[in-house]
Design a protein around this ligand. Structure first.
Ligand SMILES: Cc1cc2nc3c(=O)[nH]c(=O)nc-3n(C[C@H](O)[C@H](O)[C@H](O)COP(=O)(O)OP(=O)(O)OC[C@H]3O[C@@H](n4cnc5c(N)ncnc54)[C@H](O)[C@@H]3O)c2cc1C
Length: 316
């Protein structure tokens, strides 16, 4: 079984950055990223946006350009291995951890969960039935499929609004359907939405049902819009939040909060289990951004280094 000092579950910007720092601290670091089927590519969720303007040092680049730069940086260290493997389980074995993927078994002195989140699904009649038949989650991936169509985005966050802006580059009309009073994007994206003639906000509204035949054709709202509760749409993008991918950590006794996020000490990225760390979108924090995830990932590398060094000193 291959041995590593620092095993990182998740190949998003958080995991890749942690590996780079780990290698610089002399840790033999392994990044395991699930990339098959519906899984995200190496680079993670940031690859689903084509506009990143708030990562310090880069005025504007695509999510893929950012994650690729971080991957190349990590890969430039010999102590870093990046493998496209889905982790199935992480078990404690004495002072070490046994990590199992579909392909292999690994042993690690420390483990970092940088597994991110998955999209929260809209649970109304028809939304599952019409998934990939009009109902979608990744605007950057699917927007070109809705050229000259009328589409909707459910949600009011910055990423929901960015989805609407991406869609407006292809679609004829974009509705932002938001249950609250006011959408909550970054001010700069609010300006862009207000200036975009193709985008219309329907506030204080919820989607009750998705309707269609072979493909989705419309949604039913819980309030009238232009005299009807039925809104003709050929596409509906769901941007109502994310669910932390923390299941793998539970059997280790790692503490989760009420949202299922991994609870960490935000000074060290440590969990309640010695040698186990978490960082990025999977961790318990409100402000989930690339830069905050990267910072936590690098902090976790340093804490893992400290943990290993201390235990080796003790063993002497
Ligand atoms: C549309 C959109 C736009 C955004 N725009 C911005 C922006 O402009 N600026 C900004 O700073 N942030 C932005 N964000 C937020 C930012 O993308 C995230 O905060 C950040 O990328 C999270 O990185 P992460 O590495 O923690 O998680 P992720 O990128 O989600 O990476 C986690 C990785 O772990 C993998 N994984 C999960 N389970 C397993 C397993 N069992 N085995 C192996 N691998 C596994 C997943 O496949 C994934 O690749 C945006 C997010 C979205 C959705």
């Amino acid at each position: 079984m291959e041995e590593f000092d620092f095993i990182i579950v998740g190949a998003g910007v958080t995991g890749l950055s942690a590996a780079m720092y780990g290698a610089r601290l002399g840790l033999k670091s392994l990044v395991l990223g699930a990339t098959h089927g519906t899984e995200l590519p190496i680079g993670g969720v940031i690859t689903t946006t084509n506009v990143v303007e708030n990562y310090p040092g880069f005025i504007r680049l695509t999510g893929t350009e950012l994650s690729e730069a971080i991957r190349k940086h990590a890969q430039s260290y010999d102590l870093v291995s990046i493998r496209q493997e889905k982790v199935e389980s992480v078990k404690a074995e004495g002072k070490k951890f046994h990590v199992t993927t579909k392909k292999q078994n690994y042993s690690g002195k420390t483990v970092l969960f940088a597994t991110g989140t998955k999209w929260k699904r809209l649970e109304v009649p028809g939304s599952f039935e019409f998934e990939n038949k009009g109902v979608a989650y990744c605007a950057l991936c699917d927007a070109p499929l809705f050229k000259n169509k009328v589409v909707g985005v459910v949600g009011g966050s910055d990423s929901a609004v960015k989805d609407a802006l991406v869609l407006a580059e292809h679609a004829k009309k974009v509705y932002i359907i938001y249950r609250g009073e006011k959408i909550r994007p970054e001010p700069i994206n609010l300006q862009r939405v207000m200036a975009n003639k193709k985008i219309e906000i329907i506030a204080k509204a919820n989607v009750l049902e998705v309707k269609g035949d072979k493909l989705m054709r419309s949604v039913v709202l819980d309030k009238e819009h232009n005299g009807s509760k039925q809104l003709e749409l050929q596409g509906l993008f769901i941007a109502i939040g994310h669910i932390a991918l923390s299941d793998l950590a539970k059997p280790l006794g790692v503490k989760l909060n009420e949202k299922g996020e991994i609870v960490i000490d935000h000074k060290t990225s440590e969990t309640n289990v010695p040698g186990v760390y978490a960082a990025g979108d999977v961790a318990d924090k409100p402000f989930k951004q690339a830069i905050t995830g990267v910072a936590e990932g690098c902090t976790a590398a340093y804490s893992a280094f400290e943990h290993i060094t201390k235990s080796e000193v003790k063993a002497m």
